[in-house]
Every structure is written in C-alpha cells, then in structure tokens.
Write a protein that binds this ligand. Structure first.
Ligand code: FAD
Ligand code: FO1
Length: 478
C-alpha cells in the first residue's frame, strides 16, 4: 500500500477551508484530488447549462490550485461507484476521502463506494460534513426529532459553537511518472468543456468560477452591501444580496470562512441596525442548512408534497399556461421580468423566485414540481434541497405551518419594484410604458396591442378564489 490518499471532490471545489482535504493532508503529503464526471448528474434535460459551465470553470480553477499546492486534480468520466474504487486500487492508494452530502442520490452512491473500497481493503473517512456548519445528525428538537419548523431550528442551530476555518492545502507530493501512466490507463482524461458535455452557455455568469472570485464576492458583499441587507435584499432592481449561492452550492468557498466573517463583523458592529442586518444574512445561511437537514431526514421531500392535502391535489396543469410562464409571457409584468432574468442569466432574485412560484402554483394552479424542474434546468445555483424547500414553501405543500400563502403580483411589484425599474430592465417591450401600469399590471388594451405584450393569461382574483375553494374542499376531506 502506498502513502497516497485520493480526495474525491463533488460539491467542494476548493482547497482552502476544506475539512476533508485538511484531514487527508494531516495523514500524508501525498494527497491527490479526483473529480468524476457522472452522466447520472449531467442529463441536459435536467441540468442548467449555466450551472455546468460554472462547475467546469471551477474545476479548471481547482486544477490550478492543486498545481500550486504541488499536486493535481484528476478527472474521470464514468460511474463513480466503479471508477473511484478502480482508480484507487490501480494507484494502490491507502485511502479515499470525501465530504458527505445530504442528497438521496449521494447517500446511495457514497454507500456503494464505501462497500467497494472496503472489499478492496482501501480505507475511507466517514461522516465528514464539510458543506454545513452543523451536520444533520447534530441538531434535534427537545423530543430528539429533526426540526420541521425553521424558527426553533434557527434558535438551536445559532446557539451552537461553530468551527473555525481550516488550513489551505499546501506542500503536497504528486504522483510519480509511473503512477501518471497508471492513472491514464485507469480512465483519467483531460477536463472537457461544458459544450463537450452537451451544455452550451455563452452568456456571462453572475459569479466568475473559482475560489478567488468567490472570496472577492464575499469581500465586496461584507464591505459594501451587508450593512443594509435586511431592507435592500427585497428589491430586485438593487444588487442587495451576496450572489454567493452558486459558490455555496459547489463549495467554492468554505462555509466556516463565511461564518467567521459574519462573527467578525458582529464583534465590530456599533449599532443595533448593523447587527440586525448581519444577523438577517446569518438567518439566510441557516435556511440553507435547514433545508439540507430536511432533505437528509425526509428524503421523500424530493418526490413531492410533504403535506397530505397536497399529495393528490387536482392541479390544472394547462401546458399553454406553463409555456407562457417559462417564457415570461404571462401578461403579468413582474412575473415575466423574473422569468426572463432567469432565462437570460441563469439566476433570479429571491423575492422574484417567491413571486413566480406563487404565481405558477396559486394563479395557474400548476403542479409545483413542474416549476421546480424548470428551475433546475435554468439555475446556476440549482440545488435540490434549497430549490425543493423554496417550492414547497411557495406551494404551501411543505413542512411550513402557515398554509395558504398567496402573493398578489401587483402588490409585490408596487412594494418591491415601485419605479418599475426591474420590470423595464427585463421586459424590454415595456420600457416606455407608464410606471403605474407596469406595477399594477393593468396596461390599457390599446397600448398592449401596439407593443406586442400579452394580456394577462388568467385573472388573479378569480384564480385565487378558485385555488382557495379547491383547497378548502380537500382540507375537509383529509
Ligand atoms: P443571499 O441573500 O446573499 O443569501 C446568502 C446565501 O444563503 C445564499 O447564497 C444561499 O446559499 C442561502 N440562502 C438564502 N436564502 C435561502 C433560502 N430561502 N433557502 C435556502 N438557502 C438560502 N437557493 C439556492 O441556492 N438554490 C436553489 O435552487 C434555490 N431555489 C429556490 C427556489 C425558490 C422557489 C425559492 C423561493 C428560493 C430558492 N432559493 C434557492 C433560495 C434563494 O432564492 C437563493 O439562495 C438566493 O436568491 C441566492 O442569492 P444570494 O446568493 O445573493 O443570496
Ligand atoms: N458531482 C459529481 O461528482 N459529478 C458530476 O458530474 C456532477 C455534476 C453536477 C451537475 C450539476 C449539479 O448541480 C451538480 C453536479 N455535481 C456533480 C455535484 C452534485 O451536487 C453532488 O455530486 C451530489 O452529491 C449529488 O447528489
């Protein structure tokens, strides 16, 4: 057995503040990275081109980071369940380490890799939860059950001490020339482009790939934006949020690094207002962990509604309405602006994610799983737990105790885009329309026909009443 530890990266595309890598480096200088392109996770019908483009960019950058540390990142394109153990055995590695994940697919995959490695006599490091500040096996209610409601989860989660960032990988030993040959024979390839994998994205990405860019986003946000976060995060025309979601999804920045920054800021805060803004952002980081814990403990969430009343809900599922929603042609300016932002950039502001999800489920009465899937096909930050959590929350089908949350698109636009700035940015044909029409959504028919913008495809008031009626009837039956 050699001294080699292979580190298997999946959604932890960095070498700084990386718990699994730090644990490997403690045991040996010979730490070599591997990433396995897995066709089960790369179906062009399910995955956003922007997300794959970002991931490939991060892998490129990770390869550079490994070279700087004296080692390298190997790339495979195969089924990891066989390819990872085979590569480890061919290289005579003493262990394969990785960080665990909450997703149902990850659980099955990782258990199979553990078994295959064990039969080959290769060690694994089990239960290393790098992507969360607290693992799902750490936070339970007084009754020792997983939380199903956010606020008590937050209180408990926030009261627990958090780990500090860990040391960056340095001074490694690389594979010998003979081992490089063995790696090639075992399927190691050059990193393909996103287009090679069937994903074409030629737009800009809202965050540049790689660790340095993620750290810069954090620095910019904590220096210039966080002090007004609580208020500004609600306005889609303002850059009032961190834009770190894709970096967090792929672990391009360590969560401990982020948390440490917030605690430093809290320690230096000299007003209640500043403190509230920082805590407000910390609460969003806790939502991320809440949904990941939920996915770990209730994997059935990934299959559909959590609440019984929504399990057999008679969704209308009108395909023409769905296409209009996807294309941003519903005739509701704020909804259309948001969907066009998503289609053009691969990202959508959180306020607008809530608006369009409410519109799809409560106004169009379309199954939230259709929207959830569409988001995964488009979002650069598409993440099973956060996306499912967001959709279940908006559809009222999740664990949340407040059931009938219905957003009125006009009130939302009036409150959060009062000058129609966001609408004008994304729905170009509405650029010269009066603000009052934009935010009320009541554009005079004559104006509509001249600018080729659709009339509203449904009537919000009527649909809201219809949804409530269906829901009440079902609630009585259940
Ligand atoms: P910030 O406001 O700066 O927040 C910091 C970080 O906290 C985010 O980067 C994210 O990691 C986390 N976060 C913030 N809000 C939430 C939330 N409500 N739930 C979970 N984590 C949160 N987020 C995703 O990362 N991936 C998704 O696929 C996703 N789908 C969503 C679908 C719907 C219907 C809704 C309503 C929300 C969804 N969100 C998703 C949550 C949220 O919209 C995004 O995390 C946020 O807009 C990303 O922008 P930011 O990085 O600037 O966030
Ligand atoms: N992880 C991988 O190990 N290999 C992949 O090819 C891969 C592709 C991928 C595409 C989109 C995306 O959102 C995530 C992707 N990931 C990939 C990361 C994935 O989230 C983790 O592997 C999870 O553990 C899967 O459950």
């Amino acid at each position: 057995m050699s001294d080699l530890i292979l580190f298997w990266h999946r959604r932890d595309l960095r070498i700084s503040d990386h718990t699994g890598l730090a644990a490997a480096r403690k045991q040996t200088p010979k730490v070599v990275g591997v990433f396995c392109l897995d066709d089960n996770l790369l179906n062009p019908d399910e995955v956003a081109p922007a997300r794959v483009a970002y991931m490939i960019g991060c892998l490129q950058s990770l390869q550079q980071r490994y070279l700087q540390a004296g080692s390298q990142l190997l790339i495979l394109r195969d089924n990891p369940v066989t390819a990872i153990p085979n590569l480890a055995a061919a290289l005579n590695a003493k262990a394969v380490f990785w960080n665990w994940d909450v997703e149902p697919y990850a659980q099955v995959r990782d258990n199979e890799v553990v078994s295959a490695l064990k039969t080959k006599g290769i060690q694994t490091l089990e239960q290393n939860w790098d992507q969360l500040l607290h693992s799902p096996t750490e936070i339970f209610s007084g009754a020792k059950t997983p939380y199903t409601v956010y606020t008590p989860f937050w209180k408990n989660w926030n009261s627990k001490p958090k780990n500090q960032p860990v040391a960056t990988l340095v001074n490694c030993e690389n594979l010998t020339d003979a081992e490089q040959e063995i790696a090639k024979k075992s399927g190691v390839i050059n990193l393909p482009t996103a287009a090679d994998l069937g994903f074409n994205w030629d737009g800009e990405l809202i965050i540049a790939p790689g660790e340095i860019a993620a750290q810069e986003k954090l620095d910019n946000f904590t220096k210039n934006v966080i002090n007004e976060y609580d208020e500004q995060r609600n306005y889609p025309a303002v850059e009032g949020t961190s834009l770190l979601s894709a970096a967090l999804k792929f672990g391009v920045i360590g969560i401990r690094t982020i948390w440490e920054k917030t605690t430093e800021l809290l320690a230096n805060s000299n007003s209640e207002e500043v403190t509230n803004n920082i805590v407000s952002w910390q609460k969003e980081l806790a939502w991320r962990e809440f949904y990941q814990h939920a996915m770990y403990h209730f994997p059935e969430l990934a299959e559909g509604a959590y609440r019984d009343v929504f399990k057999n809900f008679p969704w209308k599922n009108n395909e023409k309405h769905f296409i209009a929603w996807c294309q941003g042609k519903t005739g509701y300016p704020i909804v259309d602006a948001a969907m066009r932002q998503l289609n053009e950039t691969g990202w959508m502001h959180n306020r607008c994610r809530m608006i369009v999800a409410s519109f799809l489920t409560k106004d169009l009465i379309i199954n939230p799983q259709w929207g959830e899937k569409y988001f995964m096909q488009k979002l650069i930050d598409g993440d099973l737990s956060a996306n499912n959590g967001g959709w279940q929350w908006s559809a009222s089908s999740g664990m949340d105790p407040k059931p009938l949350r219905i957003f009125n698109p006009a009130s939302q636009a009036q409150k959060f885009d009062p000058e129609g700035e966001y609408i004008r940015q994304w729905v170009k044909e509405l650029r010269y329309v009066d603000t009052q029409y934009l935010i009320s959504g009541k554009i005079p028919p004559l104006e509509l026909s001249s600018i080729k913008y659709p009339a509203p495809i449904v009537d919000h008031k009527k649909q809201q009443a219809l949804f409530k009626k269906i829901y009440q009837e079902l609630k009585i039956e259940n």
